[in-house]
Design a protein around this ligand. Sequence first.
Ligand code: GLA
Length: 398
Amino acid sequence: MKRFTLALLMFGLSLMASFASAQVAPPRPPRQSNGLALTPPMGWNSWNKFGCDINESVIRAAADAMVSSGMKDAGYQYVIIDDCWHGARDSNGDIQADPKRFPSGIKALADYIHGKGLKFGIYSDAGRKTCAGRPGSRGFEYQDARQYAAWGVDYLKYDWCSTGSQDAKSSYETMSDALRASGRPIVFSICEWGKSQPWLWGETIGNLWRMSGDIYDGWESRDGHYNGMTNILDMQVGLESYAGPGHWNDPDMLEVGNGGMSFEEYKSHFSLWAVLAAPLIAGNDLAHMSKETRSILTNKEVIAVDQDALGIQASRLAKNGDDEVWVKPLKGGGRAIVLFNRSKQTHKIGVTWEALGYPATLELRVRDLWSHKDLPKAHGSFAADVPPHGVVMIRVEA
Ligand code: GLA
């Protein structure tokens, strides 16, 4: 009996102890965003045009052209070196730039870019190697983040090659924590290609996440290239609720000016990326771009739609065969509308106020964002002839 009482007492005490320790451990505070990229990031990245064929003059020329072409003035900020800048790690494990391609070093390049009033971005990978086989950050996350901060990095694109069985969310969380511990505000671009649905967990870890494989500079998939412009567009349907200030779906970098699409198609690409509130990261040769390319990339009225402070990603309001209507609500009650024609003939495409959530009787002002003209005020609906593979992009407001 005595023994039983003792056992009961011990059991009670251990219960109390575990209860007390459960009380002591403070609950983990919910993860917070880093407070950056409240509108979609804008900039330029070396990959789409130059691939691995980069060096410090290519990057400097891009920074120079970003200023002289009016891109900076239109809102582009980040000059981002993609894969292939890396050399080896030194005896301390610190990552070095490739001494042949970047003889002046990364710090000097960052200083040069900052000296032009621009920001500087770099690329690494969550695995042991980058997609082009350079050293990845696996196991060196904090050391690399410290190095980037010391160099003056403002943006990190973090890829997903050579990751084996790594868990995506925790791998990106580790680098996200490392960047914050570095003490420098660094926009974090998750480049995991949508494999582990980063829109479900990326909001407080990064600022943007790819949701597809690499974009192909073409209207649609062809010859084993899967992600033509319209294919990536289709993948955005249903993801719109995950985007917002500080955390964006990333349909990949722009191909405008790289030659695989027509002028009309590139206008569609740019207009659609803008209503999607996509990061606008140009991927062409800025130093040698045509007037047409420049006129697309620097269309400030279209850019203003992308950069609208509400940060709402457009939904596809209607799809009728090749005719589509994409709508992005704007701050102040207006809407940006892209009438999109996928066919090879001109189509008349329209939208009613009721479908847009306005009273049918409302008179709305209509602004054409490509012709830069106010159109006649409209009552109840708007329709326009849309060229083949083209768009008519308007902003309506009361
Ligand atoms: C992956 C990325 C691309 C680019 C390359 C570089 O494919 O998705 O955007 O960064 O790697 O090797």
